[in-house]
Design a protein around this ligand. Structure first.
Ligand code: RFL
Ligand code: PHB
Length: 399
């Protein structure tokens, strides 16, 4: 079938993917006067319909402020000073702010971050192509990379200086790198999370992370009237097997008596199962192709780090690209990009793996593993030094 007749254009940076990484990068580059196009395979509505992260580190909030998209976040986001850990039927508070010289996290949904960034991009008049099919990346090992895509049956071509791969774990950019040039590190966990969103007030003012003999549970929220709950489930679990009543009974059974009593239930407005995975691709730069966010790494959600890592990658990537254009094409900061990101990424990988190991039931774990978890939780909630290590990772290590 002929796809001739499409457009040809040139931009400085072609961004693949309109998730939080791609949109935030586009906004920071726009503010620096750098021209971008974003190519996204899905529709804007589809992207906004994906319910994902809810917790922003202070560094991510500051980056969104710098990007000029934080006013609604400051109006509607919930600032949290602590989290609770629940084990052996009792809750114990980790005073995040008290243990980290006043650092806090903000509860504000990824959907809302994405919407704010989409609105800012539309107001800036910057170009986003939604429903771009068959996106492919070319010649990034030389000085003149290009991107092709199909829209409405026509093939379009974009020439550029750099390609930013912000297309998530299943995207095309990482998969376009020659196998010999990339190394992947991976751990797949033998369970998933079943998540429910409901128009009900949260069970508590702060997030509750639960270690229970029936498996992990998490009580989170999106606002004072909207809750997000998760329970650990088997990998082969089917969503149809979980009508709302079964979900509410299951999470209630994993909570301490006071929380179980206080839990307000209602119809789910979203329900999904997510597998848990740790993954890092090294390096994150291949000539003029630079990866950011989930395209380069995945963390299990237990540490609330995925979106925040995407933000820190974008911080480093935007600075490197801005430096390139401000210093007559210098590649010095581009050369440093991958190593700068990976040092922070591996620490977040470690924290997310550790939180996951601490709080979940592993199918082959046995009684000894459970006793080790209980001893560690007891130590964490009884030792200021141990609690500080958790707190400083949870609020986010410095950029
Ligand atoms: P995204 O959000 O996956 O966006 C990638 C975009 O690229 C598009 N795309 C393509 N476009 C063009 N051509 C192609 N060939 C393409 N292939 C893909 C996709 O359609 C998509 O729009 O990656 P990004 O921008 O790097 O953002 C990463 C975050 O989405 C992710 O890390 C977080 O959601 C992870 N996460 C959490 N992170 C946190 O920091 N705190 C949390 O509390 C938290 N909770 C979570 C989470 C992720 C979850 N799931 C479902 C994976 C909870 C869950 C349940
Ligand atoms: C969420 O609200 O979706 C959420 C919060 C904290 C996590 C993971 C997910 O650790």
């Amino acid at each position: 079938m002929s796809k001739a007749g499409g457009t040809r254009m040139r931009v400085q940076v072609a961004i693949i993917g309109a998730g939080p990484s791609g949109l935030l990068l586009g906004q920071l580059l726009h503010l620096a006067g750098i021209e971008t196009i974003i190519l996204e395979q899905r529709s804007a509505q589809y992207v906004l319909g994906r319910i994902r992260a809810g917790v922003l580190e202070q560094g991510s909030v500051e980056l969104l402020e710098r990007a000029g998209v934080a006013s609604r976040l400051h109006r509607e986001g919930l600032v949290h000073d602590g989290i609770e850990l629940c084990f052996l039927g009792e809750r114990h508070r980790i005073d995040l702010a008290g243990l980290t010289d006043g650092k806090r996290v903000t509860v504000y949904g990824q959907t809302e971050v994405t919407r704010d960034l989409m609105d800012a991009r539309a107001a800036a008049g910057a170009m986003t192509v939604y429903e771009a099919d068959e996106v492919s990346v070319h010649d990034f090992d030389g000085d003149a990379p290009s991107v092709r895509y199909v829209r409405d049956g026509l093939e379009h071509m974009v020439r550029c200086d750099f390609i930013a791969g912000c297309d998530g774990y299943h995207g095309v950019t990482r998969q376009s790198v020659p196998a010999g040039a990339i190394r992947n590190f991976e751990r797949v966990y033998p369970f998933g999370w079943l998540g429910v969103l409901s128009e009900t007030p949260p069970v508590s003012d702060e997030l509750i992370y639960v270690n229970h003999e029936r498996g992990f549970a998490l009580c989170s929220m999106r606002s004072r009237t909207r809750s997000r709950y998760y329970v650990q489930c088997a990998l082969d679990e089917r969503i149809e097997a979980w009508p709302d009543d079964r979900f509410w009974d299951e999470i209630r059974s994993r909570l301490d008596p006071a929380a179980a009593e206080a839990l307000v239930t209602g119809p789910s407005i979203e329900k999904s199962i997510a597998p848990l995975r740790s993954f890092v691709a090294e390096p994150m730069r291949f000539g003029r192709l630079l990866l950011a966010g989930d395209a380069a790494h995945i963390v299990p959600p237990t540490g609330a780090k995925g979106l925040n890592l995407a933000a820190s990658d974008v911080h480093y990537l935007s600075s490197a690209l801005i430096d390139h254009y401000a210093s007559a094409g210098s590649m010095a900061e581009i050369d440093r990009y991958s190593a700068r990101c990976l040092s922070r990424i591996w620490k977040a990988e470690r924290f997310s793996w550790w939180m996951t190991s601490l709080l979940h039931r592993f199918p082959d774990g046995g009684d000894f593993a459970r006793k080790m978890q209980e001893a560690e939780l007891d130590y964490l909630t009884g030792s200021r030094a141990a609690a500080t290590a958790l707190a400083e990772n949870y609020v986010g290590l410095p950029f």
